[in-house]
Design a protein around this ligand. Structure first.
Ligand SMILES: CC(C)(COP(=O)(O)OP(=O)(O)OC[C@H]1O[C@@H](n2cnc3c(N)ncnc32)[C@H](O)[C@@H]1OP(=O)(O)O)[C@@H](O)C(=O)NCCC(=O)NCCS
Length: 227
């Protein structure tokens, strides 16, 4: 699998990877991402739009279709252990995961609202407009299914996965000559997630149709975060 640029923690006990959409990635997805997602839905039933009861009834075909959906990339933090004295087998444990959906092209009439809500880079945007440069297209990416295993929280793992996905969104958008925002929704009662995303540079955008809180973060360039 592909290790991402933002993937190296100081003491590399774990790494962040993008699950590829090939045969190897499919095998990994079915063996590790499927059970991790079911565990997520079981452990945190109030945090997501789906349920364990619904998804545990999915057959293989549904999971296979998910694994190769070109609109979704799966990022995971994993730890690999060598199991026995002969060191012939390894166990892979998923510690954290998220899905990155997109990109969606943002129409001109929606662009200003999204950017001013994101606040970041306003100055640079104004500078660009003042200097008569042509406005670049804006692409939106959405984070969903963010989850860190209960035993691995508050170790910076979730933030590293989120950062790897955000950097991926920047690179893919740059390749298309576009700026990008990364957006997400959380349930209104999820104060821990709110702090987590705000700490990661996301700004509150408003309340969505179903009462969820919407957040967004404006990214710019390949240098990193736009703050
Ligand atoms: C939210 C979640 C993904 C965070 O994962 P994590 O790997 O523990 O996050 P990190 O360790 O990278 O946290 C980075 C910073 O975010 C903040 N943060 C993370 N979790 C927090 C919490 N529960 N309460 C308050 N602040 C929190 C902290 O400032 C933390 O830094 P610190 O530990 O140095 O103080 C994880 O708690 C989780 O899976 N929660 C249940 C599911 C969920 O709510 N998912 C998100 C909604 S889709």
């Amino acid at each position: 699998m592909t290790s991402t640029e933002a993937s190296e923690p100081p003491l590399a006990q774990w790494s962040v990877e993008l699950v590829p959409q090939d045969d190897e990635g499919m095998a990994f997805y079915l063996a590790h991402c499927r059970p991790f997602r079911l565990k997520m839905l079981q452990d945190e039933p109030s945090a997501y739009g789906s349920t364990f009861a619904r998804e545990s009834a999915f057959d293989d075909k549904v999971w296979r279709t998910r694994a190769i959906n070109r609109r979704v990339r799966t990022f995971v933090a994993i730890r690999r252990h060598v199991d026995d004295e002969k060191q012939t087998t390894t166990t892979t444990t998923v510690l954290s995961s998220l899905s990155l959906w997109g990109p969606t092209f943002i129409e001109a009439e929606d662009r200003d609202d999204l950017i001013s809500a994101a606040q970041a880079k306003r100055h640079a945007m104004e500078t660009r407009e003042n200097s008569q440069e042509e406005q670049r297209p804006l692409l939106k990416w959405d984070v969903a299914g963010m989850y860190t295993d209960k035993d691995s929280r508050r170790e910076g793992i979730g933030a590293t996965v989120l950062e790897a996905a955000s950097q991926y969104a920047i690179r893919e958008s740059e390749a298309l000559g576009a700026d990008c925002v990364v957006s997400l929704e959380i349930t209104a009662a999820n104060s821990g997630a709110r702090t987590f995303y705000e700490k990661s540079g996301f700004k509150f955008l408003g309340v969505g149709d179903e009462g969820n809180l919407r957040f967004t973060r404006l990214m710019h360039g390949t240098d990193g975060i736009d703050e």
